[in-house]
Design a protein around this ligand. Structure first.
Ligand SMILES: NC(=O)c1ccc[n+]([C@@H]2O[C@H](COP(=O)([O-])OP(=O)(O)OC[C@H]3O[C@@H](n4cnc5c(N)ncnc54)[C@H](O)[C@@H]3O)[C@@H](O)[C@H]2O)c1
Ligand SMILES: O=c1ccn([C@@H]2O[C@H](COP(=O)(O)OP(=O)(O)O[C@H]3O[C@H](CO)[C@@H](O)[C@H](O)[C@H]3O)[C@@H](O)[C@H]2O)c(=O)[nH]1
Length: 438
């Protein structure tokens, strides 16, 4: 069945949702309060780099089933409206749902009775029940449908998700069925549950990933103390089907627009409920320590001591985004490390295939990876873009003042950087065993 769908918010989640639902045959009106974004999208210009997204947006515009607007009144004609609004980190760590609540408060005056209101934003447990109560008198059923897409894989994850979660009260089950039908034929398990379970499942999923990552980052440190290799340790624990191989690569810390804010929000939820979720607090602390440890490694590689001065030292950064495949700088560990290096007096140049500009007082962004090496005393790989492996390391060595590379993603080919004369610092690989020199 073709539905007339409204999507509010045209960011990573909203634009992907709008474009993919159009692709699945629906008629979609996508609303955003940002006039310039709406104008650009109406011209088929997509500012975020997501494989396949621009094509889907343009296909939708051409066939006339995808429209963009800032005007909410067009929503009067839709059967389902999906809320894809920001829920940023508020004071004390909890999710700030004010934008969402302000928009929801306007819906009874805008939507036709029977229109299904769907929360795709990540919202704290209890939000769905509260919204359902608020909208019941207006005859608007509410369904929670948390989104699990990853940046850089947004379209693929939306169209082929691991699961579709629908959280609704007993009386809104028919509405939940209607939302499930939006996705058409799918191989994914479609799971109907209550609103609170759907909300908690979303936070629990991100928090579990964060726990796994902090675990592997600490293991990498332990590997260094014992001369072990984190790649082998990760592979060997990942072969246990109960653990699985994903999310076992150490790095400069986990970041992005979701994991940091969602772990903080879940911790706050637990604190409010009087539930001790100390392991989550520890994982967050370990993440902050990881970024500090990387800064110490960089100091050590350049000055020979973990506390050495970086005043006036030129450092080239390869990668600024929080992970490869995106230009997103929100809560990027790479940028946090850059800030710390800049605070210590280092002079930074950075290149990232997805990033055109960052914080000018921290790092000068260039559009050529070889420029970051110019007169640098060290290169630091902070984001795992595969193309960094393919760089001409002899050329980089020639441009640099000193051939020193700190590879916080264990990405580079040791033979290629070694042959070019670089000293190569990695995470959890090159330790010297107990009592060895560090
Ligand atoms: N980014 C992800 O990978 C991802 C994945 C799953 C879930 N989520 C969750 O989805 C939600 C949205 O995240 P996002 O990354 O898409 O955010 P985003 O910041 O990329 O996009 C939000 C959009 O909402 C618009 N907006 C803000 N206020 C508005 C208003 N009052 N009316 C209309 N539009 C308004 C903004 O202009 C922006 O375009 C959050 O709750 C997030 O936690 C994000
Ligand atoms: O082995 C690994 C895997 C990931 N990371 C880091 O972990 C962070 C998070 O990566 P990822 O989860 O891929 O980022 P997001 O695109 O923010 O996606 C997460 O957050 C989204 C928003 O809630 C969810 O929808 C997704 O399911 C969830 O994976 C990044 O800094 C990565 O560099 C590592 O350091 N090592």
């Amino acid at each position: 069945m073709v539905d007339r769908v409204g999507v509010i918010g045209a960011g990573y989640v909203g634009l992907t949702t709008a474009a993919c639902l159009t692709h699945l045959g629906h008629d979609v009106l996508c609303i955003d309060s940002d006039q310039s974004k709406v104008d650009e999208l109406g011209q088929g210009e997509v500012a975020i780099a997501e494989p396949g997204l621009t094509e889907l947006v343009r296909d939708g515009l051409i066939c006339g089933r995808l429209r963009f607007s800032t005007a909410m009144n067009g929503l009067a004609a839709v059967d389902v409206v999906l809320l894809c609004l920001p829920t940023p980190k508020g004071e004390g760590g909890e999710a700030d749902v004010r934008i969402l609540e302000e928009v929801v408060a306007t819906l009874p005056g805008l939507l036709a009775p029977g229109c299904v209101v769907v929360t795709k934003s990540t919202v704290p447990v209890g939000t769905g029940n509260r919204l359902a109560e608020l909208l019941r008198d207006a005859g608007l059923p509410v369904v929670g449908n948390p989104e699990f897409l990853r940046e850089g894989h947004a379209v693929e994850d939306f169209l082929r998700p691991d699961r579709i979660v629908l959280g609704a009260s007993e009386e809104d089950q028919a509405a939940a069925e209607r939302v499930a039908a939006l996705y058409g034929e799918t191989d994914a398990p479609v799971w109907f549950t209550d609103p609170s379970s759907a909300e908690l499942a979303k936070y629990a999923s991100n928090a579990f990933l964060a726990l796994k990552l902090s675990y592997v980052n600490i293991l990498a440190e332990l590997c260094e103390h014992h001369g072990a290799d984190i790649r082998d340790v990760g592979r060997l624990i990942g072969l246990d089907s109960r653990i699985g191989p994903a999310f076992l690569r150490p790095g400069p810390g986990w970041g992005g627009s979701c994991l940091p804010k969602d772990t903080a929000a879940l911790l706050r939820t637990a604190e409010r409920a009087g539930v001790d979720f100390g392991m989550l607090r520890d994982a967050m602390k370990a993440n902050a320590r990881q970024q500090a440890a990387v800064v110490r490694k960089i100091r050590l590689a350049i000055t020979g001591t973990p506390d050495g001065s970086l005043a006036g030292v030129r450092i080239g950064l390869l990668g600024l985004a929080f992970k490869a495949g995106t230009g997103d700088l929100r809560d990027s560990p790479a940028l946090a490390i850059a800030r710390e290096l800049a605070r210590s007096g280092a002079v930074l140049t950075g290149y990232d295939p997805g990033v055109e500009s960052a914080e000018p007082d921290v790092v000068q962004v260039v559009d050529d990876p070889y420029l970051v090496a110019k007169d640098a005393e060290a290169l630091v790989v902070l984001t795992e873009w595969p193309e960094f492996r393919e760089l001409d390391w002899t050329r980089l060595a020639a441009a640099a003042e000193r051939a020193v590379v700190v590879d916080t993603r264990n990405l580079l080919d040791p033979a290629a950087v070694g042959e070019a004369g670089f000293s190569h610092t990695r995470l959890g690989i090159d330790g010297h065993g107990p009592g060895g020199a560090r």
